[in-house]
Design a protein around this ligand. Sequence first.
Ligand SMILES: [Zn+2]
Length: 85
Amino acid sequence: MSELKFKCPDCGNAGLECRETGCYVSSVTDIDADGDFSFGAINASGEVDNYGCTRCNFTIMDEGGEVATNQEDVAQWCVDNCEQE
Ligand SMILES: [Zn+2]
């Protein structure tokens, strides 16, 4: 399988981000007397809100104007809308 490339149609940026609703929860696993805390793995418990450009506000939508919220949709969008090598 080849890797797909994302390219923002608005600003040309190649960075894609997953935007989630809800909060990120992380547990404190160690408390150092100096105030140094260790944290457990960050638990992203939110639902995926949308996928979009890391630089501008571009959000991936399908032809019907529906916001893409799953990875298959995003992959398909990249195939359809971004130049692939
Ligand atoms: Zn952009």
